[in-house]
Design a binder for this molecule. Structure first.
Ligand code: G
Ligand code: G
Ligand code: MN
Ligand code: NA
Length: 255
């Protein structure tokens, strides 16, 4: 309650800020983009995890406003990186479930990418599987619009929801993000990774990019590359979520 009152102030006073976690592709670990992640350094309570405050703000209908703020920050950041010659191919933004189908979201995305002269394909919208499952018709309409405007769309936390595979086939998405719970069991026996294998095969046959989340060891990387050579990895093994200064150093080192 007190926390809710603080959120607008936090946005103004920069207590709320974004960190960026790199994603790399295949055996060459080519840098392909980052995911923007929200952090809140509360002046009295200290750092509060988004796992705690995001659901809280969502239930109070305040995450739309925060997401607009994130979109603005990300677009301005991409514009600055471009001006500085720092090449960040793509930035993923988490979209709260309830907000996916709000027409206002597309207005904001369009306005901000236009204002900062950013190709929409450089923005990837991360949408959870559960948010699209609530109303398939509404979700489809929203996702088709994102696609028409050129934004990339990733299905986040994939494998944890309830969506059927035939439903997956209908969704106009570009990327599957495989939930960390699948990564955690790797390396695994054929039986233990049967579902993961099936998901990778479906993703590949549908021509989707596949991001493996929460990669923490070299063993996981080697095992997974053996299953599919062009997987994209996001995890502490390669890089943690970082502030902008640190990310720029990381990118310099990685080329
Ligand atoms: O970054 P971290 O692992 O602490 O995030 C914890 C949870 O908060 C994850 O489920 C993540 O998706 C969510 N989260 C982090 N940043 C954002 C954000 O900018 N927007 C939304 N909607 N969720 C976020
Ligand atoms: O729900 P979502 O997929 O958006 O959440 C991603 C979160 O996972 C990020 O907030 C990030 O902090 C966290 N994360 C990313 N890589 C790793 C990892 O290798 N290990 C762990 N434990 N968490 C990770
Ligand atoms: Mn995400
Ligand atoms: Na995820």
């Amino acid at each position: 309650q007190e926390v809710l009152r603080d959120i607008s102030k936090a946005m103004e006073e920069e207590h709320l800020h974004l960190v960026y976690q790199p994603k790399v592709k295949g055996a060459t670990t080519e840098f392909v983009g980052v995911e923007a992640l929200l952090r809140w350094d509360h002046p009295e309570l200290g750092p509060i995890s988004p796992a705690v405050f995001v659901p809280f703000l969502e239930s109070d209908g305040r995450m739309g406003e925060v997401t607009d703020w994130i979109i603005h920050k990300v677009c301005r950041q991409i514009h600055d990186w471009d001006a500085q010659g720092v090449h960040i191919p793509q930035v993923a933004i988490n979209i709260p479930g309830e907000y996916v189908t709000e027409p206002h979201l597309l207005d904001v995305l369009w306005k901000e990418t236009d204002a900062f002269r950013i190709e929409p394909s450089r923005i990837e919208l991360e949408i959870t599987e559960t948010s699209t499952a609530k109303s398939i018709t509404l979700a489809m309409t929203a996702l088709k619009r994102f696609k028409r405007y050129g934004f990339a769309v990733a299905l986040d936390d994939f494998g944890t929801g309830v969506s059927s595979l035939s439903y997956l086939q209908q969704l106009p998405i570009t990327t599957l993000k495989i939930d960390k719970s699948f990564t955690d069991v790797v390396p695994a026996s054929p039986k233990e990774c049967a579902v993961l294998n099936a998901i990778l095969n479906i993703g590949q046959s549908m021509d989707l990019k596949i991001v493996i989340e929460g990669v923490e060891t070299l063993e996981q990387v080697e095992f997974l590359l053996d299953l599919q050579p062009d997987l994209i990895f996001q995890g502490y093994y390669f890089a943690r979520p970082m502030a902008v200064d640190q990310l720029v150093k990381w990118v310099d080192k990685s080329d």
